[in-house]
Design a protein around this ligand. Structure first.
Ligand code: BGC
Ligand code: ZN
Length: 357
């Protein structure tokens, strides 16, 4: 059958709305409802993501953040028509971790990622999916917000890593909570904001850090969620940490400067999680690593997430979506032919989504 799809030719980039033909195949047929656009998609579109590659031929259907509705279950009992589902991005290769369902910790790099590398994505009217890679959204009232499940699952994995790392010593406060602990989050894009609200729910004080003045909507959003912020173009981080010591940090920017800022300012026994990537090489900055030993610092890298983290993300949206005003994170809904949204960043932009049905 023929349908609309947004395609790109990696690694060169570019995006166009095409008509593609596809055999329906076995599996669960899903009608796409919304797809989100993130930095990864913009980089693929700009030809800047070197690992982007097609599934077959030379063009790739882009899009890895999606929510859809089941139209045919093809005899599969787990899903039925009308179910709301979120597809997973990363698909296993054959290594041990992939066989354990933890392709997010793939040992040999043989996984594929829908819409990114080696597998067509979800920016199209419909797709057929293996039920193992679909996560159901039970609560239909969060159908719109469910497009945030995919970026949020990355944060659920970070939360798990953080909880694990802090157990190394008694990290809690004298009142048994985490209320005396400050976490600095670098980056105010969708991922940075999702990190902030998730860690806020753990009871930490969260401080969002940006290099430029924050957009007013972001500032208001943070204020309403009682998250502090710092614009380092007007106030140094060294000054801020005197007031609120940095006990933990998460980077959603991906630059060596941020790693430097973290290791220079974090307290002894600090925990840092690095999530951002930018392809920058750690040239002469290896001396940051000297900090680690004497000060018992822990730095963990984190990418992607497992199926359980998608389910955690759905639960988080169900529980906190309304109170934490997650709808404010979606700053625009566009038609599939509005391709300029891949190229430009608007003022006040957080998450842009495409409406397919
Ligand atoms: C996705 C991850 C993926 C990563 C690298 C991110 O945008 O959320 O699931 O592993 O890109 O390709
Ligand atoms: Zn993404």
């Amino acid at each position: 059958m023929s349908m609309r799809a947004i395609t790109t030719v990696p690694p060169g980039g570019g995006v166009k709305l095409s008509e593609v033909n596809e055999e329906k195949g076995d599996g669960i047929r899903v009608r796409t409802f919304r797809t989100g656009i993130c930095g990864t998609d913009k980089e693929i579109a700009a030809g800047k993501l070197s690992f982007a590659r097609p599934e077959i031929g030379n063009s790739l259907i882009i899009g890895h953040e999606a929510v859809g509705v089941v139209t045919e279950s093809n005899g599969n009992y787990e899903f039925k028509e009308g179910d709301i589902v979120v597809p997973m991005v990363r698909r296993p290769g054959s290594c041990r971790m992939c066989r354990l369902g933890r392709q997010d910790y793939c040992e040999d790099g043989e996984f594929v990622e829908a819409g990114i590398r080696g597998k067509n994505g979800f920016m199209r009217d419909e797709f057929t999916e293996d039920p193992r890679f679909l996560v159901r959204v039970e609560n239909k009232s969060i159908q719109d917000l469910a497009v945030l499940t995919e970026p949020l699952k990355n944060v659920m994995k970070m939360k798990e890593i953080f909880q694990f790392l802090r157990m190394r010593i008694p990290w809690y406060c004298e009142d048994s909570t985490l209320s005396c602990k400050n976490m600095y989050v670098f980056g105010t894009g969708t991922e940075g904001l999702l990190i902030s609200i998730v860690f806020k729910t753990l009871g930490l004080n969260v401080i969002e850090v940006n290099r430029h003045p924050l957009d007013e909507n972001v500032m208001n959003y943070l204020e309403r969620n009682k998250i502090d912020y710092l614009d380092t173009s007007s106030e140094g981080i060294d000054k801020k940490v005197k007031d609120k010591p940095m006990d933990a940090a998460i980077d959603a920017v991906g630059s060596m400067d941020v790693l430097r800022e973290i290791t220079d300012n974090i307290r002894n026994n600090g925990i840092a999680i690095m999530f951002g990537t930018s392809g920058q090489l750690p040239s002469s900055n290896f001396d940051v690593l000297e900090n680690l030993v004497d000060r018992n610092l822990t730095i963990a890298g984190s990418v992607d997430g497992a199926k359980a983290h998608y389910s955690d993300a759905v639960k988080f949206i169900e529980t906190h979506g309304k109170v934490m005003e997650m709808d404010k994170l979606i700053t625009g809904t566009y038609e599939p032919d509005n391709l300029k949204i891949f190229m430009e960043k608007e003022k006040q932009e957080i998450k842009k989504v495409i409406a397919w049905s």
